[in-house]
Design a protein around this ligand. Structure first.
Ligand code: ATP
Length: 579
């Protein structure tokens, strides 16, 4: 029996029928569909010549539904019945363009059904025509009832307490509103078209209101989120590359109310850039097909689900930054930055440039300190608690651990550069260049305060040190740092870990090639060879490059000043939308 198959694996709550109705297929007179709505989804039970077939469309696959009326037909023969019309045209009942002769109410249900064998989702529309009653209003009430329950299920709300037979259910007002920031220059510059053609239709089907702002110049998004009243939106989505989200995240941490904002807003990224590491990592984390790449994050924008994500706080000689993806020194960063001249090619630019860089393999001298993931973190954790929760300030260690006074000023490090950019902490988590602050223009960086010694200070004894020449040191806190760069296969959005990928200068060209080729599938992990190639899970690290050499350092794919840099992870700090 198909019904038995249908119910298998569903618990009582999931299989409890919320609504049920019988529909007929117009063209096949002896085909009957029983349609049931349960917490698990929409059950389409086809009954035909004593055969029963069931398909469930899971709630997770449904993004929205709308009640519509058939459209007034112009220049059509009066005797032509709707059943013979090949293409039904529908309108909103308030449009005034509806067909009075058709008293049916149509419920359009929009779903993106997972086809695991094809590794993609397929858009499907299910139309239910309600016409049991003689009047449109009665049919409409029935369709609306289905719509309301379905919408609640999509939002993840519990409908078990609702009296389903109550005809006066008021549809919950949509309390979500998206802020969309779009970079028209991202990638090959097709962000606007992508948004209008692929994203807007999905948001409309899901009835999610949004406000679109197109960035006008570099740092526009950073200034925008720093200064505007963000609480009018529940989610913030960027359409562009990782660089655009990097601006947004740093703009948020330049707000005095950053802690409130990250509680209130969840973030999303619809990949439109050349670097789309986070979008790819979120799809990987949730097991969603990345095909087409924009779909998982678009579906995430229509849903009500979020996951916590780690954020890394970075300190250089002159600035504090917040990062969600990676920090790079050596070959991968060089490829990213130097291949900029091939931007028009999109992501294949990286492959071309990798070949060039392997032929002329460079190494850089310096020291890499790291705090291993399995080290004892008593001090580290205690300090974090103090800054995260005021209720813990009565701990005896509290005075001891205040970073404001305990951390040395940065100007004690490199005198020439740092005298111009002295940093101070006013609230335990705020930093500002004293020179810039004089003219009042440079924004102050807030965000959670550091729990490790400042970049000028020596490190505790439980830190380890690698000293020598390196082809690469790349830190990743996501599984992917680009669509095909599966650098840290074990990484999760919120595992509190930084993966440090180290290639020492004694690696052979063949080992480097094997490592780079393995990055797309994650098989580079097999090239790990002690003393040559390492993958280290850490909580914090510091790189001190030899400043007699020139090189490049990147944070989330954006170039930063070449010099000492340190990073520490803040687990589960922000919310990201997930499909
Ligand atoms: N309207 C604009 N004009 C020029 N630059 C912009 C504009 N809007 C944003 N930017 C800058 O473009 C940079 C790259 O943007 P984004 O990450 O969206 O695209 P991308 O193609 O992935 O870029 P990249 O490959 O350089 O990382 C951002 O750091 C941002 O500062």
């Amino acid at each position: 029996m198909a019904d038995a198959i249908d119910q298998s694996g569903l618990d009582d709550n999931q299989s409890k029928t919320l609504l049920e109705e019988t529909f007929y297929v117009l063209k096949k007179k002896n085909s009957v569909f029983r349609v049931k709505l349960t917490n698990a989804g929409l059950h389409l039970i086809k009954e035909n010549d004593n055969q029963v077939k069931t398909q469930i469309i899971p709630v997770k696959d449904i993004i929205g539904c709308r009640c519509l009326r058939s459209k007034k037909q112009r220049n059509s023969c009066a005797c032509q019945s709707l059943s013979h019309s090949t293409s039904l045209k529908v309108v909103d009942e308030k449009s005034g363009d509806h067909d009075d002769a058709d008293i049916s109410a149509y419920l359009y249900i929009y779903a993106y059904i997972l086809r695991p064998n094809q590794n993609k989702r397929e858009r499907t529309t299910i139309t239910l025509r309600f016409r049991s009653f003689d009047k449109y209003d009665e049919n409409c009430k029935e369709a609306q009832r289905w719509r309301m329950i379905l919408k609640k299920l999509i939002k993840g709300e519990d409908v078990s307490m609702i009296n389903i037979s109550d005809y006066n259910i008021i549809p919950a007002k949509e309390n979500r509103r998206l802020l969309v920031l779009l970079n028209p220059k991202s990638g090959s510059g097709k962000g606007r078209i992508l948004f209008q053609k692929k994203i807007v239709p999905v948001l409309q089907e899901a009835e999610i209101p949004f406000d679109l702002h197109i960035t006008q110049y570099a740092n526009f998004a950073r200034e925008f989120v720093r200064n505007c009243h963000l609480y009018q939106w529940t989610s913030l989505i960027v359409v562009g590359g990782d660089g655009l989200l990097f601006e947004v995240i740093n703009g948020i941490f330049e707000r005095l109310d950053w802690a409130e904002v990250i509680k209130h807003i969840s973030f999303g990224i619809i990949p439109g850039g050349t670097g789309n590491g986070l979008a790819r990592s979120i799809a990987h984390f949730t097991g969603e097909p990345y095909n087409p790449p924009s779909l998982p994050s678009t579906l995430a924008a229509t849903r009500n689900f979020s996951e916590l994500m780690d954020i890394v706080r970075i300190e250089t000689r002159s600035q504090i930054l917040f990062s969600f993806l990676s920090i790079g020194w050596g070959i991968l960063s060089d490829i990213d930055i130097e291949s900029e001249i091939l931007r028009a090619l999109g992501e294949p630019r990286y492959v071309l440039w990798s070949v060039a860089r392997v032929i002329s393999l460079k190494s850089y001298s310096g020291k890499v300190y790291y705090l291993p993931a399995n080290a004892t973190f008593t001090t580290f954790e205690t300090k974090r608690d103090i800054f995260r929760s005021k209720s813990k300030v009565d701990l005896p260690t509290e005075v001891h651990l205040e970073t404001t006074d305990a951390r040395q000023r940065l100007d004690s490090w490199y005198s020439a550069a740092s005298r111009r950019s002295t940093y101070f902490s006013t609230t335990g988590s705020s930093y500002q260049s004293t020179t810039e602050s004089d003219d009042g223009e440079k924004p102050r960086m807030y965000g959670p305060a550091s729990q490790i010694p400042c970049i000028t200070a020596s490190l505790p004894s439980n830190w380890k040190c690698l000293n020598g020449r390196f082809i690469m040191v790349h830190a990743s806190y996501q599984s992917h740092i680009g669509t095909d760069l599966f650098v840290a296969p074990q990484s999760k959005l919120n595992d509190g870990l930084i993966w440090l990928l180290v290639i020492h200068a004694n690696a052979s060209r063949a080992q480097v090639i094997q490592f780079l080729l393995g990055l797309s599938s994650g098989s580079h992990t097999n090239t790990v060879c002690d003393g040559v190639i390492k993958m280290l899970p850490v909580r914090a690290f510091r790189i001190e490059p030899d400043l007699n050499e020139q090189g490049c350092l990147t944070v989330d794919g954006e170039i930063v000043e070449y010099g000492p840099i340190q990073a520490e992870i803040f687990p589960s700090l922000i919310k990201v939308m997930v499909p």
